[in-house]
Design a protein around this ligand. Structure first.
Ligand code: ZN
Length: 132
């Protein structure tokens, strides 16, 4: 029963809501109750830009169940402008042409279908940031 939990988390994931520590400025994503840097419990809500640079990536050629129609695809670690690192699938490009340092931007996309129930899961994926 993962579906209700997933739906509950969609707004935060979609808007890339993060929490910025009021004391030291640390940005927590996902949001946390206690700042891991200074221990403060006061945060200001911010929305991440979703823009970042590709730090490292790997190309998936044998897909886990539910991703079979998408191989090959790349999974990368992206460092956002705000300094937050996100792991995500990179789409809308030929994975073979990716380079470390590429500019990417997070977009809300279909992730996969949930087994036989056919429920479609959504989340963010990264696409090349062509400045549009
Ligand atoms: Zn802090």
């Amino acid at each position: 029963m993962q579906v209700p939990r997933h739906w509950r988390e969609i707004p935060k994931r979609y808007r890339l809501e993060a929490a910025k520590c009021s004391q030291c400025g640390y940005i927590a994503f996902p949001q946390r109750l206690i700042c891991p840097e200074c221990g403060a419990a006061e945060f200001e809500k911010i929305n991440l830009s979703g823009k970042g640079k590709l730090e490292t990536y790997t190309i998936i050629r044998v897909a886990p169940e539910g991703f079979g129609d998408q191989v090959p695809y790349a999974i990368g670690m992206i460092e956002l402008e705000e300094g937050v690192r996100l792991m995500g699938q990179i789409t809308d490009c030929d994975p073979e042409t990716l380079k470390i340092g590429d500019h990417l931007i997070a977009k809300f996309r279909r992730m996969r279908e949930e087994g036989e129930s056919g429920v479609i899961m959504y989340g963010y994926k990264f696409v090349p940031d062509v400045g549009v």
